[in-house]
Design a binder for this molecule. Structure first.
Ligand code: AMP
Ligand code: ZN
Ligand code: ZN
Length: 485
């Protein structure tokens, strides 16, 4: 190395070399190292749903873990979910970005007149893929893009959709404790590089289960809500213990809220229309009515003005803003109880003290939303978003193209630390298929080396000609010279 070059390096001229080295590293290393580096850098995302966690529960009791995520990340005060505000339709929306009429899971209990089949979340019927295949959930897209996913009991995640199960999943079993579900999620995220999941979903039945039994206004709900904060704390700790808390983007949300009901507010259908005239589909507060052959107008006319606390729609007149019309699984007549009311055939059925399912514009039906991690801003509160916007946001975070959906990334981009660029680097997950990457890298490397040599030679040449440089500067500063005189 010449003396001139050494002096130049010591004076700090080597700084551009560091950047150059970083750029050249993938080129000079083996192809394997390059793959590892990309796999290592993959974005990670864990989506958690505490079923029935209403948006305002966070203000009810001290919630140190929820508040820690809010301070460290983002919070959205009002999330408008989708109609009907039931568990299965909303969980499928979160992972597809579609309204229920488009994704096809229009209720927890359904009848499909085309398939001539019924669906219930309480029977094996829910495992028939045909119910789910009007949409493609995010875990399927991730896997088709070369990534990996893991699901701990998310609705639909134990169904083979489009021929695909999540790489890792647990078949639904309500008696599996939260801690066991978390343990599995942690294992899947911290598996060896090529096996580690990029996207995880985690579901827990409370506070929905307790909200139904106790009613959201019950003082006993305080302990249930505080218990959810402890569960979140457990998850955060386990992520920290595994050393992945800072790497994983964590979204904590829910499917819907909950409203208090009263035994004084029951609408009994038997008072208005004979059971012989229709089939009852799904449960209060939104009930599908399938009139018997030729009985549509008769049933409708008996119900339409029957009770001021019950809205009655013919399918074609369901308000457009519900986006709940264009699917054969939506019944010819739809009943919706007003907030706080219950529809039953008579009082012998099960009465719940809390429920959900009503109009998705009602604040009582809205879920909580908080998130933190490398993709998110810190200490940022947004006033409103729609749950359909979460899917494009998650696709963006995971660097995969979003399928056509009812949401929009631009509505929620302010939650992100970095403004999204118009191009989605969808090839990022396709590490194995990316055969042009080494070539492009090598060409960039050669160009950088040539650039470096030109700059270096120029620097050295200029150092050799100080007098010329001096003279040029003097010529360009005539006024300065005058002042000094
Ligand atoms: P709901 O409150 O009626 O909208 O539904 C909530 C209930 O759905 C939960 O309490 C569970 O019993 C049930 N559930 C949740 N996830 C699943 C699942 N993956 N498979 C079957 N049932 C589920
Ligand atoms: Zn639910
Ligand atoms: Zn529920």
């Amino acid at each position: 190395m010449s003396c001139t070059m050494l002096r130049w390096l010591l004076r700090g001229g080597c700084r551009p070399l560091v950047g150059l080295w970083a750029l050249l590293l993938p080129v000079v290393s083996s192809h394997g190292l390059q793959q590892d580096a990309l796999t290592e850098g993959r974005p990670k995302l864990l989506l958690v749903s505490f079923d029935g966690f209403r948006w305002d529960y966070v203000d009810r009791v001290p919630m140190p873990n929820f508040f820690s995520i809010m301070n460290d990340g983002v919070m959205v005060k009002q999330v408008e979910n989708i109609y009907i505000t039931k568990t299965f339709p909303n969980h499928y929306t979160l992972v597809t970005g579609l309204y229920a009429e488009t994704h096809g899971i229009v209720a927890n209990e359904m009848f499909d007149p085309v398939l001539n089949r019924s669906f219930s979340i309480e029977t094996e019927t829910m495992y028939d893929p045909q119910w789910w295949e009007e949409a493609v959930p995010l875990w399927v897209s991730i896997q088709k893009a070369g990534g990996r996913s893991g699901a701990a009991m998310w609705p639909g995640s134990d169904v083979k959709i489009r021929g695909v199960f999540p790489n890792q999943f647990l078949r639904y079993n309500a008696s599996v404790p939260f801690e066991t579900r978390v343990e599995r999620i942690i294992q899947w995220f911290s598996a060896p590089k090529e096996e580690a999941v990029d996207f995880g979903v985690l579901y827990w039945e409370d506070p929905d289960k307790s909200g139904h039994l106790l009613g959201p206004q019950s003082l006993l709900m305080d302990a249930v809500i505080a218990g959810i904060d402890e569960k979140l704390g457990f998850l955060m700790n386990e992520l920290k213990k595994a050393g992945i808390y800072e790497k994983v983007n964590l979204i904590v949300t829910s499917d819907h809220g909950m409203v208090q009901l009263s035994p004084d507010h029951i609408i009994e259908l038997d008072e208005y229309v004979s059971r012989d005239l229709y089939t009852w589909v799904d449960k209060s507060p939104v009930v599908g009515i399938l009139p018997k052959e030729g009985k549509l107008d008769e049933v409708y006319s008996k119900l339409v003005d029957a009770n001021p606390n019950m809205m009655v729609y013919k399918k074609e007149s369901i308000p457009a803003h519900f986006h709940y019309q264009h699917n054969s699984r939506i019944m010819p007549i739809l009943l919706e109880a007003k907030e706080g009311w219950t529809i039953m055939q008579n009082r012998s059925g099960t009465f719940l003290l809390g429920n959900h399912g009503n109009d998705n514009t009602l604040p009582s039906m809205h879920p909580v939303f908080i998130a933190r991690g490398p993709a998110f801003r810190q200490n940022y509160v947004k006033s409103f978003m729609r749950s359909v916007d979460l899917y494009p946001l998650m696709c963006h975070i995971l660097s995969i193209p979003a399928l056509p959906n009812n949401g929009s990334l631009s509505n929620v981009k302010d939650l992100l630390l970095r403004e999204p660029t118009p191009t989605v680097p969808s090839a990022r997950l396709r590490v194995k298929d990316n055969s042009y990457a080494p070539l492009v890298g090598s060409l960039m490397g050669v160009a950088m080396v040539l650039g470096f040599l030109v700059v270096f030679i120029k620097q050295v040449t200029l150092k050799q000609l100080p007098s010329l440089k001096h003279r040029r500067r003097e010529m360009s500063q005539p006024l300065l010279q005058d002042l000094h005189l």
